[in-house]
Design a protein around this ligand. Structure first.
Ligand SMILES: *[C@@H]1O[C@H](CO)[C@@H](O)[C@H](O)[C@H]1NC(C)=O
Ligand SMILES: *[C@@H]1O[C@H](CO)[C@@H](O)[C@H](O)[C@H]1NC(C)=O
Ligand SMILES: *[C@@H]1O[C@H](CO)[C@@H](O)[C@H](O)[C@H]1NC(C)=O
Ligand SMILES: [Zn+2]
Length: 423
């Protein structure tokens, strides 16, 4: 029973955390288009090769946005520095900044009701955190929604349930045909402060200065490492995490951990001298944070072979203690997967949940390929997400090892079954 050896090996010889530490301490964060991201890809290419895997790079054009210098101060009703992080693809302010009165709203509905007040203002969105999926709409669309009503800039409460004055950055997109206005996130504390001031009827004035710019698309790569299957080398079980991050913190949690366990799984299987029937392929995506850019290109290029993709796996909600495997597939495939996860009894993760998810594997799942994602104890994930707080300090070695164990066993066993998972 190979997988017991696998689990044993993972617990006693895992170098997961050492690899992640060396990678993120050496390279640091690695936003789309940056020199750091190039260095990260070179680093991983060499590391995977040295580990004895078959490694290759697939070119991708990716967005290139530079934050530059940025700052914001409250001028009225009292002077206060605001911690901000510009949102990606934001335009700059004029060099002298934008100084304007603030309109605080808690929702798009409130903005609509108060549309006549938005002209010439900096709109502050102080939406409560409901869930990431729901609340992120304010970060994605806030700037364009406010610009339609004549706002000159937007400051958006960070998409997080918890804060110690931490701004959390991320993607935003301008709508076609709408004026592009500067947009940044602010802290939960400052958003609530301005809300309270507004409720007291105080006039709030803020000065925002940003010299962000967008450059032509940059060259990058998806990084691919494989163990070729002995019987059906053309059939693939794909494991993945993304190598890029935001330009703050270390990108250790999002998604250094997911990338490392996707490497570690192959590493351990190879160390055991195991070779499944099908190819195990680890893909470290580029430019996930810009909307799954590397993964979309990968899908477009490889979908001609879609009938050979057995299972696509993604880890991108942190590598905290694993709770379950989330799975999307037919009823027949689910029956098989239920048996597979039973093998994980030694680490108490025998639960198979519904709804595999992940930006980078979703094109495959939408096209009917079975998909699996790692469900971890992620209650603190959004505390650190896209902020300076995403560092190695968040990572726990034992939790990461448990994630690797789950990842390795699922990939190997599915890749070694007699038949591909039924669609
Ligand atoms: C930011 O400002 C500093 C000092 O004002 C300047 O030296 C630096 O070049 C600026 N950086 C960018 C990216 O504009
Ligand atoms: C599709 O699969 C065939 C057979 O394995 C392989 O030779 C070819 O390179 C694949 N094409 C792409 C775009 O991955
Ligand atoms: C699994 O659960 C049992 C019983 O609760 C516990 O004793 C054991 O330590 C757990 N194993 C792991 C790897 O967490
Ligand atoms: Zn991520």
């Amino acid at each position: 029973m190979h997988f017991f050896f696998l689990l044993f090996l993972i617990f006693f010889f895992s170098i997961n955390i050492l690899r992640l530490t060396d990678f993120t301490d050496t390279i640091g964060n690695r936003v789309s288009g940056s020199h750091n991201l190039e260095m990260a890809i070179k680093y991983m290419y060499n590391a995977l090769k040295q580990d004895g895997l078959d490694v290759y790079l697939e070119p991708v054009k990716i967005p290139h946005w530079i934050r530059g210098n940025e700052s914001a101060e409250m001028v009225l009703p009292r002077a206060k520095r605001l911690a901000i992080l510009g949102l990606s693809s934001s335009v700059a302010t004029p060099p002298e900044g934008i100084e304007a009165e603030v309109l605080v709203v808690q929702s798009f509905e409130e903005l609509k009701k108060r549309a006549s007040e938005a002209q010439g203002k900096i709109v502050v969105f102080n939406q409560p955190f409901v869930s990431y999926g729901e609340t992120v709409a304010y970060r994605l669309n806030g700037a364009s929604e406010a610009a339609k009503l004549g706002a000159v800039a937007t400051l958006i409460r960070s998409i997080t349930p918890f804060s110690i004055n931490s701004p959390h950055t991320g993607m935003q997109s301008y709508q076609n045909g709408v004026k592009q206005i500067p947009t940044a996130c602010i802290t939960l504390e400052d958003a609530e402060l301005m809300q309270r001031m507004a409720q007291r009827g105080q006039k709030i004035v803020v000065r925002l200065t940003m010299d962000a710019k967008s450059l032509p698309a940059a060259d990058s790569f998806n990084t691919v490492a494989e163990i070729k299957g002995w019987q059906h080398p053309e059939q693939v079980v794909l494991l993945s995490g993304h190598l890029d991050s935001w330009d703050v913190g270390q990108g250790a949690m999002d998604d250094g951990g997911g990338a490392m366990i996707s490497w570690e799984a192959l590493s351990l299987i190879r160390d055991l001298g195991l070779r499944p029937r099908r190819t195990l392929r680890t893909v470290l995506w580029t430019a996930e944070e810009q909307g799954g850019v590397g993964a979309q290109q990968y899908y477009d290029l490889h979908k001609v072979n879609i009938s050979n993709f057995d299972l696509v796996m993604e880890s991108d909600t942190g590598t905290f203690a694993p709770v379950a495997l989330q799975f999307t597939g037919s009823g027949a495939a689910r029956k098989v997967m239920e048996e597979v996860v039973k093998l994980l009894a030694p680490i108490n993760t025998t639960k198979l949940e519904k709804h595999g998810e992940g930006t980078d594997i979703s094109p495959w799942m939408q096209a009917g390929v079975p998909g699996a994602s790692l469900h971890v104890a992620d209650s603190r994930y959004f505390w650190f997400h896209h902020s300076e707080g995403d560092t190695m300090t968040v990572q726990n070695p034992r939790d990461m090892d448990l994630c690797s164990a789950l990842w390795a066993v699922v990939a190997f066993v599915v890749g070694d079954l007699q038949d591909m998972l039924p669609r």
